[in-house]
Write a protein that binds this ligand. Sequence first.
Ligand SMILES: [Zn+2]
Length: 489
Amino acid sequence: MVSIDEMAVFCKKKGIVFLNSDIYGGISGFWDFGPLGVELKNNIKKELWKRFVQQRADVVGIDGATITNKKVWEASGHVSSFSDILMECKKCKKKHRGDTLVEDTTGKNVDGSTKDEILSLIKKHKIKCPDCGSELKTGKSFNLMFSTNVGAVEDDANKTYLRPETAQVIFTNFKSVQETSRLKLPFGIAQIGKAYRNEISPRDFLFRSREFEQFEIEYFTDPEKTKCVFLKEVKNMKVNILNSKDKFSVETIDGLIKNNTFKNEWHAYWNAIFYKWFLDFGIKKENIRLREHTKKELAHYASACFDIEYKFPFGWKEIHGNADRGTFDLDQHIKYSKKELTYFDEETKRKIVPYVSSEPSQGIERALLAFLFDAYNDDKKRGNVMLKLHPKLAPIKGAIFPLVRNKKALVNLAKEVYDELKMMFNCVYDSGGSIGRRYARADEMGIPYCITIDFDSIKKKDVTIRDRDTTKQVRVKIKHLKSNLEKFI
Ligand SMILES: [Zn+2]
């Protein structure tokens, strides 16, 4: 497996990801997506949206603003408690996050630990500055939200924040969405969008950045109806799981409900279907697992939380989180806004504050990174990298090659094929260099199908399709090309 730094170099070389404002020396924690990266990212978002919003009768989407009234963040608790402890090096003056220092040294996750607990761990393990090895001193707590001012006057009254998550905008729109879409419990509201966190030490390429995209769903249920009506779809599905006692095993979803690891069927169901989504789009099953949060890690509002983790070269890391948030958020917004954010159940004539039994929270860049690592094959036999991305995620679906570039009839036919295919799939036309060189280039871009037009093509009206993964070639009639590709993609 390549390292995270090698992956960053590969991404730059291939036009997947660039460092933002690189010509000015860059800015830590911000990245730009290049021509291949934007396609890959859009495909990931499209497949998430298709499966979890459009193909479901019980989920609808919104697209909210990234700047909101600051009261949203007061109600959500982000203003008072969304912070990290800062440690400063006495010598090189570099600042480090307390929790990551402890995690790097001990390998243990310390989410949910108090400031004092983190400080005592730093003392206990005699943690020094990772850059120069000198003593560290305690800095202050540091809020991770980016603050800004709205309007011309810079004062406290018009101070607000760039959203650190997409979830709260779903809660603030809860009533309008429920009423306009005439939704009945259980239902979900989804959103994909940008979020910002002023990380003290962004690192590991796209893994911990300051601007990123999230796909979040708030799934609202009736607190008195805890049976998940879709459970049978995932009951027998097997998952790798590390439980809160640090014990690894392979279990069925049903087994995890029966042994009380999942206390809520809805929570089990939503964790399972996202886990399955990763498998369906090509993540190898040995590379992902569920991880149950320990009691200590749990945020005060969550009664349970699971992560989906991916085995990165820098260890098992969270690529997806799903908390059972109860009624915490709606209760807070009811309290702060004094609006009645409730749901009226026609059947029982009850006024309900819906219960969020699942909050799937998906970082788009983290998913992208996991897919890239899983797809990356340094193929020694071919002598080039082969990016084995799922055809639906692959940025470019087909490459059209005329066998030679100096035969007019051949080039014309190749261009004709390209012009037709590009209306349906994202394709490229490439006539530069030997066919072998062009195959290698296509492999590195993860293009699943290469279509070559040769001398026989003119007479027989057919082409060869070469499969990226097997390198097998088949000849198909040009008139069947579209339907053939459709079948694969
Ligand atoms: Zn230092």
